[in-house]
Design a binder for this molecule. Structure first.
Ligand SMILES: [Zn+2]
Length: 234
């Protein structure tokens, strides 16, 4: 996947906020398949993905707190709560959690999951990195909604099941809950988007490059930030 092209294209279209969705596995025992989680932190264990627009440019030393847009997370939280209070009563939603991103496509070994658990990861998946960081580089708000798809390797006894999803890492009885959680995300995202549409952004994401702008290192147009050095021909 061309991570940078996707974020660049979104920026070019005038996108200011991105709601991402992801289907990770559960490491934390507080989280189970079919739960929704609004993560608030990331562990990046990707290896072969271009993770910046600013390679060798001397810019982009951007603070990563909050990791995701708090305004957008709050809007998602409110939307999810309203939904929970309504017809989706009983659905479990967790506000906060650390998401570890691995390179994939292979799943993790039991030892890797033990390592991630000790590192503080609640969830493990293969998306969000580097998209979240790239969005921040272009001053786009970004927040994910996770629907928990399976239990991470070694966290529960899960016999190998031939031909099943993740070879048995999703217990058969829990598939319907996962599907329901996944299907709940569009309505939550749309409700959150409606709630803050048109609002002026006053979050750190909106001004992540301000320091460089103030110093005159970059201009107002993001295309100039991303472009190669003068004379480099790109
Ligand atoms: Zn923001």
């Amino acid at each position: 996947m061309n991570y940078r092209a996707n974020i660049y294209a979104a920026k070019s279209l005038g996108v200011t906020r991105i709601v991402a969705w992801t289907g990770p596995g559960a490491i934390s025992r507080k989280v189970r398949p079919g739960d929704l989680v609004l993560p608030d932190d990331l562990l990046d264990f990707t290896r072969n993905r271009p993770s910046t627009f600013y390679e060798g440019k001397g810019i982009g030393f951007i603070r990563q707190f909050p990791v995701f847009c708090e305004t957008l997370r709050e809007a998602l939280r409110s939307a999810a709560k309203r939904r929970e209070a309504g017809r989706e009563a009983g659905k479990r939603i967790h506000f906060g959690g650390t998401y570890a991103c691995t390179e994939g496509p292979r799943l993790e070994t039991p030892a890797e999951i033990r390592f991630l658990a000790r590192a503080g990861a609640d969830l493990v998946g293969m998306t969000l990195c580097p998209e979240a960081f790239l969005a921040r580089e272009l001053e786009i708000c970004y927040a994910p909604v996770a629907y928990v798809t399976n239990v991470a390797e070694g966290m529960r006894k899960m016999p190998y099941r031939r031909g099943a999803l993740f070879e048995g890492m999703l217990p058969p009885g829990e598939a319907a809950a996962v599907e329901a959680a996944k299907n709940a995300i569009p309505a939550i995202a749309i409700a959150a988007a409606r709630a803050i549409a048109g609002e002026e952004r006053d979050c750190p994401c909106a001004v992540s490059m301000e320091r460089y702008r103030k110093r005159g290192v970059i201009g107002p147009d993001f295309r100039g930030w991303v472009a190669g050095p003068k004379g480099a021909g790109r």
